[in-house]
Ligand binder design. Structure first.
Ligand SMILES: [Zn+2]
Length: 131
């Protein structure tokens, strides 16, 4: 090492004979791709319902807290709504292969979609004054 340069304390190197004692190696946390995080409860900012939020293999997942059945999952898949399996370690995104895996059978949670909001037109009286 050139004089004047200091060794970074985070970088582990092999100790030379007669040098300082070797420190135990620590796991280095670098960039984690496709990271999965344990979900936590959050409130949807739009509809104020409780949802679960977490990273599922690098994708931000917002899911409803109520599990769905197999029939509901088929309907959700047909509607283009993503489904996830809740595990202790995080949410597992379900695809056609994972839907057949019995280890990922339940609980299945659907991607959160806010319920339809009432529109101003439905609040106005009908034409002709029938209301
Ligand atoms: Zn919502």
């Amino acid at each position: 090492m050139a004089p004047g340069l200091r060794r970074s304390p985070g970088i582990q190197t092999r100790s030379k004979p007669g040098g300082p004692p070797e420190r135990p190696m620590k796991p280095v946390r670098g960039f984690v791709h496709l990271e999965t995080t344990a979900p936590y409860v959050q409130t949807c900012p739009r509809c104020r319902r409780s949802i679960l939020y977490g990273l599922a293999e690098g994708i931000a997942a917002r899911v409803d807290v109520v599990p769905i059945s197999g029939t509901q999952e088929a309907a959700a898949a047909a509607a283009g709504i993503q489904t996830f399996t809740l595990r202790r370690t995080g949410l597992v995104q379900r695809d056609a292969i994972r839907r057949t895996d019995p280890a990922l059978a339940s609980p299945v949670l659907a991607e959160h979609r806010c319920p339809p909001q009432p529109q101003q037109l439905s609040l106005l009286p009908a034409p002709g004054g029938s209301r």
